[in-house]
Write a protein that binds this ligand. Sequence first.
Ligand code: ADQ
Length: 758
Amino acid sequence: MPTPAPVTPTGHELVVVANRLPVDSRTLPDGATEWVTSPGGLVTAMESVMRTVDSGAWVGWAGSPGEAPEPFEADGMSLFPVALSAEDVEKYYEGFSNATLWPLYHDVIVDPEFHRGWWDSYVAANRRFARTAAEVAGAHGTVWVHDYQLQLAPRLIREQRDDLRIGFFNHIPFPSVELFSQLPKRTQILRGLLGADLVGFQRESDTQNFLTSVRKLLGHHVDGQTVHVPGIGSAPGRQVQARTFPISIDSAAVSELTQQEEIIERAAQLRRDLGEPRRIVLGVDRLDYTKGIRHRLKAWGELLDEGIIDPQDTVMIQVATPSRERVDAYRQLRDEVELTVGRINGDHAPIGRPAVSYQHRSFDRRDMTALYMAADVVLVTALRDGMNLVAKEYVASRPDLRGVLVLSEFAGAADELRAAITVNPHDIDALKGAILRALEMAPEDQEEAMTSLRHQVMEHDVQAWAHSFLEQLEQTGSPETRQPPRIRLSGDAVSEPAAVDAALQALVERPRLLIASDFDGVLAPIVADRDAVEPDQRSLAVLRELATLPGVSVALVSGRALADLDQHTSMPSSVVLVGSHGAEVGALPAEMHAEVLDSAALTMTPERRELLDSITLALQRIALAHPGAEVETKPAAAVLHTRNARGRGGANATEEALELAMTLPDVTVTPGKEVVEFSVVHTSKGAAMEALSRAYAADAWIYLGDDVTDETVFGRLGEGDVGIKVGGGDTAASLRIAGTDEVRGVLEALLAARRDRA
Ligand code: ADQ
């Protein structure tokens, strides 16, 4: 590769975000650094996709701890290195990614470890990847985030760049909800993933597991493969798709290698080196406990012990690539595997030749192909595996239609490679039986099975995989399906009185009517001291009166805590009070409870209580540093008020609070007028109105509001509903009036018209 040319971060059309950059560094004799492309399947897939866009970028770690190198160009792609300190490598990568998530997602083959410090580092590292991605992606570009190390990145990117299409692909399995529920930060992870427009998995069962977790743990509505993520604060609701995209390999390139004279010769040499055995059985894996290497060796050892396999004519090669050698479980596995191989060889190897040839190192592509060509049987006995590319590489390496694949039913590849001999690797007898069946398979049966397997692998290659994911993302993440906030009125010109009148007249004709209003700025003028608020008593009296009319229900929907709202309005029990932007609901008729309250999104779990305490503390620190700023606490939220802060203090405090928000993936942050609310339950005024209107079976509703948080209600206006914005500013409401005096007028007109109708 040529000397790296520095690049400047300009808008890239397609940005891949993965833990690793597709390059490794090499130090030259003169001390300079050279970058060499690392030839993984993902790199190959992306190369073909990157050729179809004007400018592609890759964000990832360059592989050594410490400062990140400057961005550089490689193979027509701009590479943007992300820095990971030695501590990040220990906690984010080896810790939370590989000692917590990896075992949990692979069905707890070993016990997942959990440490709170690891989580903090995982959040911080995800934020760093997300920030770089948000910086380098062009307007309305596409970002594709890869794998379990970066599950928070989709949401963190969206918080900075709502114009982007964001996709996520999980290369490893997604566990059942029962297992996933063990993860202490499970809801944060789900919310992180739901920042994407499209979330992709290897197997259909992974997709279903994810959807079930979203439904059960977040309470979101799931319709087929679509998750309906409710609107948060002023952000509108979104739809997220979950789909299955089984990954593959560059099949044609592998198949092509098998035609090269030099590689054919390497395969023949390999057989000679092993003493021309009649049969060679091969295993190729990263040295990982998920790959079932111990089970395979156990079966092999027993077949030798029982004399069923003769080591004089049958040899096993086990390639075990060094992997994650600083993680305890991996060190232990290596010891066990090497001990077992040593025992088998000690007991059975003929002099000068191994019974198991064990290779603990990396090979280049050409050597790997030669190994596949020489192997009569390949054993893929993973206890759990997202896909397993070795299975597909073996098939692509056999255009001669010879060879047999033994494949674990717990590898994703088993869904597609139906003509393989499938096996449950936990059942050692079944595994021994499968190995023997493979060794004894007649050439014509091998040919039939291999023809079918090749059909699958050659047609569905990694390029097709990448293109189909990106095509689906393009449809899913299109602005039309994203439901951007609709602006019906701009500026501050008020509506014609006749238009307001006509809307009210049409509304009162509906049999069941819901009348709802915000409090501050609508029923009471905004004042500096929130406790000294003076509501318009006539407006409140009219609302009480409306609540007595047949077919009319009345609700007050406010950002204030419920108790606070109650104190300032003194409403009778016939008026429903909704506080904390929908998170607190006052007394309700019993039959409405299920509809309005019984939602997982609203439950105050111990986890959420703990989170709220830490947020309150952090906000109090910010308020202390900016005199005049204050923190209000509510049952499910903490609020920073900056109205009375001096000079730039308010703006600075808000900025610090929003910065804090970035570190809290499981919090709904709602900025309002000189106020930022952090809620640990997930709702909005709009969601509350929707639930109330459904519970009342209202034929239509009217809502009056002045704040940005009221836009979550106006965004839900349906046919026949009336939304009235009080005061200036862009709004999705259909009508605008000037202030609290006009609100009184509207309420009085409603009362008179509804009475007339009665
Ligand atoms: P891995 O767990 O790494 O990948 P796998 O799919 O088998 O597992 O890919 C391993 C790759 O490394 C293969 O391409 C193989 O040829 C290569 N390899 C193995 N040993 C090697 C050696 N000694 N020298 C050189 N190359 C070697 C994760 C998931 C999988 C999923 C992939 C892709 O765990 O389930 O299939 O991502 O999504």
